[in-house]
Design a protein around this ligand. Structure first.
Ligand SMILES: *[C@@H]1O[C@H](CO)[C@@H](O)[C@H](O)[C@H]1NC(C)=O
Ligand SMILES: *[C@@H]1O[C@H](CO)[C@@H](O)[C@H](O)[C@H]1NC(C)=O
Length: 222
């Protein structure tokens, strides 16, 4: 008990000494380095965390409200009237928090404000789940996204063939460059990273093969 408390004070002291201008140095930490995974838990299998919003992004992007506004800027919105159609999933980002449920699920907005996502629920489209890497062991502040493209369905949401890679590339193509929503203008750059996810179908939900690429986005508020 005493040991933990001492450690707590030591960490606080470290943070204090970093000063108010401290900018997070790490874009993200590899979850696998500390017992985590780049696959979500969707039952026995998972979805790939195929997009990372870097911890070097503007801090205001890396909160729940921040990512919701950003998602709207690039063509997504929150789920139709809060009705949750897919089951919640959890992820372990190796940050010491263990398996944590997603903080948000954003669906494609067909350009109709609030009814857009209701439409999407019936006709398929793009969506992503959001998990934040902010536990004390790996506090990059980065957001890990599981992006995918779904079949049209009234009852079940099913990922299309290649739906994870397509979902990632669609999201990234909407995100790159200059976008804006709600008076906030974003500038986004992207970089592909290999070695975090394994290419193929191992552990992947619906037996859908992935190319193993993760796109790291750095989002800067202008
Ligand atoms: C995650 O969500 C499920 C379903 O709502 C719930 O049963 C479970 O307790 C949650 N897990 C955590 C770690 O919060
Ligand atoms: C990442 O790789 C995908 C698939 O090869 C490609 O379509 C995309 O343009 C790449 N993105 C970047 C930012 O290099």
């Amino acid at each position: 008990m005493f040991g933990f408390r001492t450690l707590g004070f030591a960490l606080l002291a470290l943070r204090a000494s970093a000063g108010p201008i401290a900018k997070r140095a790490e874009a993200y930490y590899n979850p696998a380095d500390n017992g985590g995974s780049m696959l979500t838990n969707a039952g026995s299998l998972g979805e790939p965390l195929n997009v990372i919003v870097s911890g070097q992004s503007s801090p205001d992007v890396l909160s729940y409200d921040g990512i919701v506004n950003y998602a709207r800027a690039i063509g997504f919105s929150t789920e139709c009237f809060g009705i949750h159609l897919g089951g919640p999933q959890s992820a372990n980002l190796g940050d010491g928090n263990g398996w944590v449920n997603q903080t948000a699920e954003l669906r494609e907005d067909y350009g109709h404000a609030n009814v857009g996502t209701c439409l999407e629920s019936g006709i398929g489209g793009n969506h992503f789940r959001v998990f934040k890497q902010d536990g004390g062991d790996a506090d990059s502040g980065a957001l890990f996204l599981a992006a995918s493209t779904e079949e049209p369905s009234t009852e079940h949401h099913t990922i299309i063939p290649d739906g994870y890679d397509i979902g990632r590339d669609t999201l990234v193509s909407w995100a790159l460059g200059t976008t804006s929503y709600g008076g906030v203008t974003y500038s986004t750059t992207g970089e592909n990273v290999t070695g975090l996810l394994q290419a193929g179908t191992s552990g992947i939900n619906h037996d859908i093969a992935i190319d193993g690429i993760v796109t790291v986005l750095t989002v800067t508020i202008q």
